[in-house]
Design a protein around this ligand. Structure first.
Ligand SMILES: Nc1ncnc2c1ncn2[C@@H]1O[C@H](COP(=O)(O)OP(=O)(O)OP(=O)(O)O)[C@@H](O)[C@H]1O
Length: 609
């Protein structure tokens, strides 16, 4: 058979370069990557066998062989194998999205090694320890096999091979050991034994070296928590999550009775890069009686908990269950509800007992969890219970229960303001009276906050109230006196007519230092939400807002007197425009015509110098 020489795809080549000139400290991990791939291939084979007798295989296993003389190490499985196209497409290419980005991060990052596994580039890690690699494989059910070989440079060779058994074997020609470079002697059986035990003990297929089985094969989720070492959990987490940081929290569950299942879940300690991408992978694998069935099982946890990783092993499902069937299955829905509850209650415990961990969790995943406030009401209360928000009360985020406990006498609402940043919200004029009177205000600055506050009515019977929309009714606050309103009546009417941008002009007690602010009508959408809808491509007609004036401010009272004396003065119209513009700028809004504002403003300044 003729041998073909092919080039690695450009990104793959770059990645190989990184591996060959590896500066990563932990080169041991190549073995775990190979075993992990072999185990995946065995899972696929077992599943294929369940669905098609011809693909079944006895004695699924992973064999490791070392040849000290030849300095080779082979990892062989009798799993699903690969066709020629598979080899070219999967091994010669990095097919997953985000590769360019990954490479950039790999090059720049100090924690580079931690990124290798995350993006499905595991196989290439063999070039950290080998200067030549041969992969022989035959796909289950196919007649002929394939032999692939590369030294990790720009090219590889590929040829048809007749005498290859079903499954895959990968033979590494090992580079000379160099302890200084943390390149150990991987032809040393003791080392191999130790590495398999450390990294791959829980793999559910036997991993053998000669006659010896190296791993215990115990499914971690079926073992008592007290029997499992933290290190074993961490390794397992790494395998299923491709995240090299340790998990934040481990959750183990077991349900007995009519419908039995076991679950082992992990809360990661940092958000994956694709958390907010629509096609982001979910982290739950489904097993049925220890047999791997599916990963990326979206049905097992609601979307807003998509970052949770782990395994669910259900005893009573059919091995033939498909994704479509999962969506319909009543038991699955039950599991989903229980898992979601358990995750939220675990976070609640952290909030009480381990604030550091809780804070990490909420910082990384809070915005995703809050998406759960937008759909069915099921977990609203549990989500609000574990939510925390920046607040005017201090630098640390506060929970709603704490907010409610601190509410002032007579206060019956939870005050909040949404916006793009803490500074913007905190310095906005709307905050003035609340600050002056000592009311705590929550500062909601995640984009999702704009939406959920519309959907959720109250917490613990206390209504959410935006301080930037509707009328403020601070307890014990009096409305601007009727007498004062009378004195300002003609100014208000005139401004209302003059300023096209506003829907109404009125007096307020909301302000102490600023002359004016803009508020949304109680039922209207906020400017931020308007912006958000536009960004999502929805047509929204511009929403007019209400200009509120502080009658105690010299600019407002002065304008009132001036208007009484010389209503026809065109300078007053400019003052009105400037007043409106200042109110918009103060809350971080965008002026319609910044050049005109700057000009009017400059003209005024000229008169003062
Ligand atoms: N022993 C094997 N048997 C069958 N297919 C394999 C084997 N090893 C690798 N492959 C195929 O090659 C693909 C690429 O492997 P690689 O290790 O580079 O990435 P991955 O396994 O997808 O991601 P990760 O290593 O991060 O889990 C695998 O997804 C799998 O389809």
């Amino acid at each position: 058979m003729s041998t073909e020489t092919l080039e690695f795809q450009a990104e793959a080549r770059q990645l190989l370069q990184l591996m060959v000139h590896s500066i990563y400290s932990n080169k041991d991990i190549f073995l775990r990557e190979l075993i992990s791939n072999a185990s995946d291939a065995l899972d696929k084979r077992r599943l294929a066998g369940l669905r098609d007798d011809r693909l079944g295989a006895e004695d699924l296993r992973i064999d490791v062989e070392v040849d000290n003389e030849a300095r080779t190490l082979t990892v062989r499985d009798n799993g699903i194998g690969m066709s020629r196209d598979d080899v070219v497409g999967l091994i010669g290419t990095i097919a997953r999205s985000g590769t360019a980005e990954t490479l950039r991060r790999l090059r720049e990052s100090k924690e580079s090694a931690e990124l290798i596994g995350q993006f499905g580039v595991g196989f290439y890690s063999v070039f950290m320890v080998a200067d030549n690699v041969v992969l022989s494989t035959r796909k289950a059910g196919e007649e002929t096999g394939v032999r692939w070989e590369s030294d990790g440079g720009g090219t590889y060779t590929i040829e048809t091979a007749e005498d290859v058994p079903e499954g895959t074997s990968v033979t590494l020609h090992l580079r000379p050991a160099d302890e200084e470079d943390a390149l150990h002697d991987y032809a040393d059986e003791r080392r191999i034994r130790e590495l398999v035990k450390r990294y791959s003990d829980f793999i559910s297929f036997p991993i053998t070296l000669g006659d010896e089985t190296l791993n215990s094969m115990k499914a971690l989720w079926a073992r008592q928590r007290s029997e499992v070492k933290d290190e074993e959990y961490r390794e397992f987490y790494r395998r299923i999550s491709h995240d090299w940081t340790d998990p934040l929290e481990i959750i183990q569950m077991r349900a007995e009775g009519t419908f039995e299942y076991e679950a082992l879940l992990f809360l990661p300690s940092r958000a994956p890069h694709d958390l907010y991408q629509r096609d982001a992978r979910h982290g739950i694998q489904l097993y049925v009686k220890r047999v791997f069935i599916l990963d990326d099982s979206r049905e097992l946890l609601p979307d807003h908990l998509r970052f949770v990783k782990g395994v669910v092993d259900a005893a009573d499902l059919s091995l033939n269950i498909s994704r479509e069937m999962l969506q319909q299955d009543r038991h699955i829905q039950l599991i989903r509800r229980r898992l979601a509850k358990k995750v939220l209650s675990t976070v609640k415990d952290l909030m009480r007992n381990d604030v550091e961990k809780y804070r990490t969790f909420w910082r990384e995943f809070g915005p995703a969890v809050k998406e759960g406030l937008l759909d069915g009401a099921e977990d609203h209360k549990a989500i609000l219970d574990i939510a925390s928000f920046a607040s005017t009360a201090g630098d640390e985020p506060v929970g709603l229960a704490d907010y409610v406990a601190r509410m002032k006498d007579g206060q019956d609402k939870i005050y909040y303001m949404t916006g793009e940043s803490r500074a913007q919200v905190e310095n906005s004029p709307h905050m003035e009276a609340f600050r002056a009177k000592g009311y705590e205000v929550l500062l909601l600055t995640d984009p999702v906050d704009e939406i959920w506050v519309e959907a959720v009515h109250d917490y613990d019977g206390k209504e959410f109230q935006s301080i930037a929309s509707g009328e403020v009714d601070l307890p014990s606050e009096e409305d601007p006196s009727p007498e004062k309103s009378g004195r300002y009546a003609s100014l208000l009417a005139w401004l209302n007519e003059t300023l096209d941008e506003v829907q109404d002009v009125r007096l307020t007690t909301r302000l102490t230092d600023s002359p004016a602010c803009l508020v949304s009508a109680a039922e209207a959408i906020t400017p931020a939400l308007e912006k958000l809808y536009r960004a999502m491509g929805q047509a929204v007609s511009p929403v007019k807002r209400i200009l509120e004036l502080n009658p105690e401010h010299p600019l407002v009272s002065g304008l009132n007197s001036a208007y009484e004396q010389r209503a026809a003065d065109p300078g007053l119209t400019e003052t009105a425009e400037l007043l409106y513009g200042c109110a918009l700028l103060a809350e971080g809004g965008d002026l319609n015509d910044p050049a005109r504002f700057a000009k009017l403003f400059t003209d005024r300044l000229v008169r003062t110098v």
